[in-house]
Design a protein around this ligand. Structure first.
Ligand code: C2O
Length: 609
């Protein structure tokens, strides 16, 4: 057993240089204190503490309708300009940052609105019916062509466009790189020349913040935020977000074929911060990144505390893409419907919880109060690398579907009809549905191919001689006595198997509750490991784990279960044919004292849609 890693250290206040073997002396960097190149510098002068009791006490909201409940798009006229929060030790902290889209009711340039300021719902009334009153109320000005907050249904171009082909960031030609730089530069210029232009860089970053850090309520559920993470809408929301971001880039540089580069972190050649993003004074630079992760630092796809390795990364990719992501819901995440309280991290899909979160945390600056920029959802979109990271996340969705062509996809109408609002490249506010983004090729883009064989064909380590589980069990507790328990100390329990030996089974870590949404929390789970063996991310006994990215949540998150498929693991550890128990070890990786586990059990696996 590796040394107990239980720890109360908060990563962002006591940064621990990891991957030191890969660290290189830094190249020239721009400090965050001066000459920052846009993207919204943090200003916390007016940060307010102390509303936590108020919000923290509000309980879950019931009242689900019996009929269809797809998530509704927000009513942006009710965006809370002061509603951007994160959570610190259970208290809601208001951030001095306004993530709402430009507020039309305060700006004297609107002639197109069809919505009355008090309406809770969208109105599709003809413009003319409101025009006269509006003209008295607002003096129309010509500040660039006005954008509109009239909601339209999104339509794909009638004549198919030349597909936009997203290239791997580390293979971009200098000419291509220049396009992305120019696009980001133009977006950042809009921040100053026309801050209300919804295509500006800060406005685009705010889109992400508004959908995950509190400003929007769910329509009809004023106590519930819209939260686009940790559920089945994670992939669709981000696909649409990138779709519009990419088209805005193309529009601003006058290139309708422009496609976002993707950060190819699943391939050994791309497992580094892409170089162009680390050049000082480039529009792609962001000073709010982990300063030790420049140059040759290897990315760490599951934040293994012992240091990253290519093998660990490949193993992680194989786990989340194939082994654990074996059903549509396992891969995509659990159902999230109108009226649902925010989900905790375990309810996200395998890829969201794995490589996706890992790269956010790996990129963000652990010395910033909330791991800004990439390490917290409210600030992620301020880093131009975010969009390249998410292009690869989206690429993983496309690849996963190609790899599992026969696995049924989600056909629940609450998934298909969930909807969002975005400003498009023409500054029009459009409503989009999940069902319209499931076939990405219809959306006019594709990915330049990159070799996935390194993780597809990765052979995890295997053990020849089965562990003697009776011996191991002597150092383990009975499950009944062990739970509930925090992970301040390692937990080691024996767990009964429904069937003997190499069966098709799933381990369920039940009732996970995290106490602090602002902390990085992580643990690893091992099966039949021996107390003296060296644990590592790629040991045959490592079953999986859990990582919580610091995030906010106004309402209490329901306890959630983590499922880990054991079928492959049983082969890798060569479990003995008549074993009817296993010993499960749960080891904290980060802040184990801030998480409680309700129980552990093993169930027969029932593949679900
Ligand atoms: Cu919406 Cu990677 O986050």
């Amino acid at each position: 057993m590796a040394s107990l890693q239980s720890s109360f250290a908060v990563l962002y206040t006591t940064p621990k240089p990891r991957n030191s073997a890969f660290m290189k002396p830094s190249r020239a960097r721009v400090s965050c204190n001066g000459g920052e190149s846009g993207g919204g510098r943090l200003d916390r002068r007016n940060m307010l503490f102390g509303l936590g009791g108020l919000y923290g006490a509000s309980s879950l909201v019931g009242g689900r309708k019996a009929e269809a409940d797809p998530l509704q798009p927000p009513d942006i006229s009710f965006c809370d300009h002061e509603g951007t929060t994160t959570t610190v030790s259970g208290r809601v902290v208001h951030l001095d940052t306004d993530c709402c889209p430009p507020d039309r009711s305060e700006r004297p340039m609107e002639v197109m609105s069809t919505r009355t300021p008090t309406s809770r719902f969208f109105s599709f009334e003809p413009t003319a019916s409101l025009l006269p009153r509006r003209l008295y109320t607002f003096q129309p000005l010509t500040v660039s062509p006005p954008f509109t907050d009239k909601v339209e249904e999104h339509m794909f171009p009638l004549i198919p466009e030349t597909p936009r082909v997203r290239p791997a960031a580390h293979r971009m030609t200098p000419e291509y790189l220049a396009k992305y730089k120019l696009a980001i530069q133009k977006m950042k210029e809009l921040d100053t020349t026309d801050p209300d232009d919804p295509r500006g860089f800060t406005q685009q970053a705010n889109v992400h913040c508004a959908y995950c850090n509190g400003p929007y309520d769910q329509v009809g559920f004023p106590n519930l935020d819209i939260q686009v993470h940790n559920s089945w809408i994670f992939f669709p929301f981000h696909r649409w977000y990138l779709y519009f971001f990419e088209r805005i880039c193309g529009e601003l540089i006058g290139d309708p074929t422009f496609a976002l580069p993707y950060w190819n972190w699943d391939h050994p050649d791309g497992m580094y911060m892409p170089k162009p993003f680390t050049e000082a004074y480039s529009p792609l630079y962001d000073c709010n990144r982990n300063q030790t992760h420049w140059g040759d630092a290897l990315v760490d796809l599951y934040l293994f505390d012992e240091g990253a390795s290519v093998d660990a990364n490949l193993n992680q990719m194989q786990q989340e893409m194939i082994v654990q992501g074996d059903t549509a819901l396992n891969f995509m995440g659990t159902p999230y419907r109108a009226g649902d309280p925010p989900h905790g991290v375990p309810l996200g899909g395998t890829s969201e919880r794995g490589s996706h979160i890992a790269l956010h945390v790996w990129t963000g600056n652990p010395q910033n109060p909330f791991h800004e920029n990439m390490g917290n959802f409210y600030s992620s979109g301020r880093d131009p690398l975010f969009y390249c990271h998410h292009a690869n996340v989206d690429r993983m969705w496309t690849i996963r579907n190609d790899l599992h062509p026969t696995v049924p996809s989600i056909d629940d109408p609450d998934f298909l009809n969930a909807a969002f609002l975005f400003y498009n490249e023409k500054k029009k506010l459009v409503k989009v549905k999940v069902s319209d983004c499931l076939n990405y090729k219809n959306m006019g883009y594709e990915y330049e191919a990159s070799d996935i064989s390194p993780w597809l064909n990765y052979v995890p380590p295997r053990r020849e001689i089965p562990a003697n589980v009776q011996e191991l069990a002597k150092t383990a507790q009975a499950t009944k006595q062990a739970f509930p328990a925090t992970l301040a100390e390692t937990i080691r329990v024996d767990v009964a198997k429904p069937s003997k030996g190499k069966a098709d089974e799933v381990l369920v870590i039940e009732g996970i509750v995290t106490y602090s949404n602002d902390e990085l929390i992580g643990f690893d789970v091992y099966v039949n490991d021996d107390e003296n063996s060296k644990d590592g991310p790629v040991s045959p006994e490592r079953a999986g784990g859990f990582t919580q990215i610091p995030h906010r949540s106004r309402t209490a998150e329901a306890p959630s279960d983590l499922r880990i498929v054991l079928t492959e693991l049983y082969k890798n550890i060569n479990i003995a044919d008549d074993d009817d128990i296993v010993v499960v070890t749960v080891v904290s990786r980060y802040n184990g004292g801030a998480v409680t586990i309700g129980g552990i059990k093993i169930l027969p696996r029932v593949p679900a849609a």
